[in-house]
Design a protein around this ligand. Structure first.
Ligand SMILES: NC(=O)c1ccc[n+]([C@@H]2O[C@H](COP(=O)([O-])OP(=O)(O)OC[C@H]3O[C@@H](n4cnc5c(N)ncnc54)[C@H](OP(=O)(O)O)[C@@H]3O)[C@@H](O)[C@H]2O)c1
Length: 241
């Protein structure tokens, strides 16, 4: 098995995921670019390789069991194990998001990708992660999923949302449960908030760059063995639940 650290980033063809792949690649790691669209995936892999990253494409739709199984097989064949999984792929679920007007199908879409997708990919990759000396899992969440901030009148928590924000609250809760179950293993699993970044997700209205948003995920992907698990972090530190 290779000594080189092997990472997989979901939704790595653009936005924050792309920058996470670039950042991990700059560490000399081999990075799997998980993406569902072949053209967008190959374009990202090519761009990363041109920047000196040891990138490889991983066809991956996080909402599809068969796709995840094939992706795990591909990573196993390539590296025999996985050291770091960044569950970055995410969707807003569409508009409107106000609870009184939301289409239940949009709630389902958000949860299917942002929560169930993370569970599906994590469990699919877990056998490979267990072969690593220092496995790390980073779940890309959002501070809009913080119930503490949502109920603090002065906190900035974005538009009222019955799909996207609660899907991140759900993801945070799931992250805590994974950390509890995996407490006696060497796997560290944490949730990250990238801040409000200019990407497709928000029509490029964010005020931070995707590269800035990637920094917290890279920090959690490179935690030392005595690092935290079951936590929720942004650049400034702990995000309240
Ligand atoms: N931007 C922000 O301000 C912000 C703030 C807080 C948290 N976040 C979180 O950060 C993460 C990245 O978001 P972003 O802002 O970089 O958004 P983005 O530019 O829209 O990128 C989202 C990525 O997820 C992928 N994706 C969506 N559904 C997928 C599926 N079923 N299977 C595989 N990949 C899928 C997209 O692929 P396609 O190109 O194929 O659609 C794309 O690569 C998300 O989890 C988001 O919730 C973002």
């Amino acid at each position: 098995m290779s000594e080189q650290t092997i990472a997989l980033v979901t939704g790595a063809n653009k936005g924050i995921g792309y920058e996470i792949a670039a950042g991990l690649g700059a560490l000399g790691w081999s990075v799997g670019v998980g993406a569902r669209d072949e053209e967008r995936r190959e374009a990202a892999v090519e761009k990363l390789r041109a920047a000196g990253v040891d990138a490889f494409g991983v066809p991956l739709d996080v909402t599809d069991d068969a796709s995840v199984a094939v992706a795990a097989g591909l990573v196993e064949k390539r590296a025999g194990r996985l050291d770091v999984l960044v569950n970055n792929a995410g969707v807003t679920g569409g508009l409107p998001q106000e609870p009184t007007r939301v289409d239940p199908a949009d709630v389902r879409t958000a949860v299917e990708t942002n929560v169930i997708g993370v569970i599906r990919v994590t469990n699919g990759m877990l056998p490979l992660l267990r072969r690593s000396a220092s496995p790390r899992i980073v779940n890309m969440s959002s501070a809009v999923g913080s119930l503490t901030r949502q109920t603090t009148p002065t906190a900035e928590t974005g538009p009222i949302s019955a799909a996207y924000a609660p899907s991140k609250t759900f993801l945070n809760a799931v992250t805590v449960q994974y950390a509890k179950e995996l407490r006696d293993t060497n796997i560290l699993i944490n949730a990250a908030c990238p801040g409000y970044c200019a990407t497709d997700l928000n029509g490029f209205r964010g005020v931070r760059t995707p590269e800035q948003g990637a920094a917290i995920a890279i920090r959690l992907a490179t935690l030392p063995d005595d690092g935290p698990t079951g936590g929720f972090f942004e650049d400034a530190g702990v995000v309240p639940w």
